[in-house]
Design a protein around this ligand. Sequence first.
Ligand SMILES: NC(=O)c1ccc[n+]([C@@H]2O[C@H](COP(=O)([O-])OP(=O)(O)OC[C@H]3O[C@@H](n4cnc5c(N)ncnc54)[C@H](O)[C@@H]3O)[C@@H](O)[C@H]2O)c1
Ligand SMILES: O=P(O)(O)OC[C@@H](O)[C@@H](O)[C@H](O)[C@H](O)CO
Length: 498
Amino acid sequence: MPFLSASTTPHGAIIGASAPPTPGIVHLGLGNFHRAHCAVYTAKALAIEAGEWGIDGFANTSQRVVMPMRAQNYRYSVLELSDDATRTGIVDVHRGAAIVSDTPEAFIASVADPTRRILTLTISELGYCRSSRTGRLDTDIPAVRSDIADPENPHSTIGLIARALTIRSLSGEPMTILSCDNLQSNGRTTRQLILQFLDASRADEDVVNFVMRRVAFPNSMVDRITPATTATTIAHVENSLGVRDRCPVPAEEFSMWVLEDKFAAGRPAWHAAGAIMSDEVEAYELVKLRLLNGSHSLIAYLGALDGRETIAQAWAQPFIRQAVNECIERDYLPSITLPRGFDPKEYIESLSERWANKRLEHRTAQVGSDGSAKLLQRIPVAAEHALASGRVPHMLALTVAAWICAIAPQDGYDPGPVAAEIREPARGQLTEATRHEHSPRRAARAIMRNGFMPPELVAFAEFTHRVEELVETIVRHGARAASRDAVDAVETDPCEEE
Ligand SMILES: NC(=O)c1ccc[n+]([C@@H]2O[C@H](COP(=O)([O-])OP(=O)(O)OC[C@H]3O[C@@H](n4cnc5c(N)ncnc54)[C@H](O)[C@@H]3O)[C@@H](O)[C@H]2O)c1
Ligand SMILES: O=P(O)(O)OC[C@@H](O)[C@@H](O)[C@H](O)[C@H](O)CO
């Protein structure tokens, strides 16, 4: 079987159009999501309107995608998996692939190059170096601290971008930084973090003015379930295209992108490729971050504690469906102002179908990873909204309790092999915070009070108390019992009966 390359690409398999040699876009975070989402929209846009919109791709530290992409002239396939069909197409829009930790100067030079006009980011919630306590740049992170002291030799993502913008400010060429991560107000947040870094590192006033006036940070809501690549993905591509792709991407059929049309130096015709340009992006973000991502976390942690390896297997459990439906109905929906003309019923029905997609094999351990950073985007504001109106958000408390039990189990409780697979950089800190606590309740309280949740939420004692109770129920009687307890409490909530 030949490997995928420029000469072995099967006829007619390219999605949209191939990009020209000049990359007008730099991308940081060359993982699966970018390759199934922004890159596909770019390829389709280029087929409708030509432009200098190739992508110069950078991974943070890993060779996993960079090396195979180089070997394949930056081509790769996207395998679209729905319950009744499989479609495979090849994306050919990247014009470079490198690893930032190997050559930070190449990333800095690329962003500073005046011919680059957009920097797109999929660096995960952790990449933004944002404190869960303050919501500001986290100066306790060693890389951030050392970058502030020595901004010319950066290592953190924000430090690297700030350095590149400092050099770019000499030419004064405008550019757009477009966050495509699951972060509330992702554009505005990125701008604030970069400005906070420039302030902390005593950057020149000209640089600050350049970033404030000539760099645009549109918000964007991104949506396409894109799991990790497996041996099955590679085998599917071989069967359908007759070539061996070293780095294919599996994804669902559904894809959505809502952006603010505030670009400082042009953009590809993404609107013609299906992206929605809107002045209500933050409302779309809220819908997506809470109804989809917040529920996804609940499915992942309950599923993992129940021994379910994939989201589809977890979603097949009636107790999980019931918990998630209550969570959406009682805790998330009341906290959201919906975009104009948005039909929540239709959206919720489509979520159910998407989570039921067995062929995606989206792992609960993947969705549950980095919960210490992700839950902050999904839980506190919605929970505070309920608490401020006198109601305990039982299902949000259940989400936090299930996360605690999966990541920092107490009192001899074994959360099982699926939970053990969940990657959580704060695992050590969580365990340390609970080391001297000898009951599940006290351990849960220690976690709530040790900076893992914002102080505004912890100030609501009834929320912490509810998390403690549900942690104890999980430890003593299991995730199903805790879920039943939370659902029963919602159903007998006096506020709900008024
Ligand atoms: N996978 C999805 O279904 C999906 C959907 C919507 C949005 N997203 C967003 O995309 C992000 C990446 O998802 P993925 O599926 O591509 O994951 P992935 O594991 O395939 O890739 C993660 C990427 O993040 C980068 N990264 C991680 N930590 C970083 C850091 N500290 N600094 C800079 N870069 C860093 C890595 O280089 C890698 O390219 C998610 O965290 C989320 O915000 C993903
Ligand atoms: O990508 P994360 O890590 O922020 O969250 C995990 C999933 O909820 C997420 O990837 C969804 O699949 C995605 O956001 C759907 O668009």
